[in-house]
Design a protein around this ligand. Sequence first.
Ligand code: ACO
Length: 196
Amino acid sequence: MAKFKFDIKCIFSQPVVQISSNLLPHTFIGDRRMAMDVTSKVSQIIDRLGELSAVAQKLSKPITSAQKLRMSENQTVYLMADINGCDGDVVIGLLKIGTKNLYLFDSSGQTRKIDKARCILDFYIHESRQRMGVGKILFDIMLTEEHWTPVKCSVDRPSEKLIQFLKKYYGLEKIIPQANKFVLYEGFFDEDEDDD
Ligand code: ACO
């Protein structure tokens, strides 16, 4: 798990917080001075978790960093912590999602331009906590907060672990082949009343 020299309780008033381009938790209340302090701490957490995720995925550089999030328009990072646990206060997970305008193939091979396609961009649970159901909790919180359904999500270059995860919990298995790095599943293009 990721430990930090500073007290992370000022960020995690609850186990999972959402961070957008202002680099403040969605729960943040405070003045400008407090905001600067929390932003600096959030940046360190995101950078560390982003690096750990890149190492876990054997990527040459992180997909997620505070700087990238600051420059983004439609991205949210969900951070998960274990507060007062057996390891003290530690950060244990990161999930970055966002929307992108994508050209995608549907099941019949036709190209479709999808505006604001929902994307799973980066997902990491610390090695010491993997395969304990933590990822499922974090992913489900994101789905609830965003009002997303798994089959409507495109997944940016999923790892084998994530492919197994999506199959196990959400029955996602049948892939619609794409020319780009995104993975979509059968049902992605189906109309339903949940669509925004
Ligand atoms: N091998 C195969 N499947 C795995 C593995 C593994 N080592 N680890 C997790 N899974 C899948 C399996 O379906 C597993 O069920 P099982 O144990 O019955 O086989 C299920 O996930 C476990 O579910 P959780 O415990 O809720 O998942 P976890 O907390 O481990 O989080 C995650 C899943 C995020 C994929 C985590 O394993 C991880 O961080 N892996 C390393 C980084 C990574 O691959 N991230 C995804 C990159 S792709 C992207 O982000 C778009």
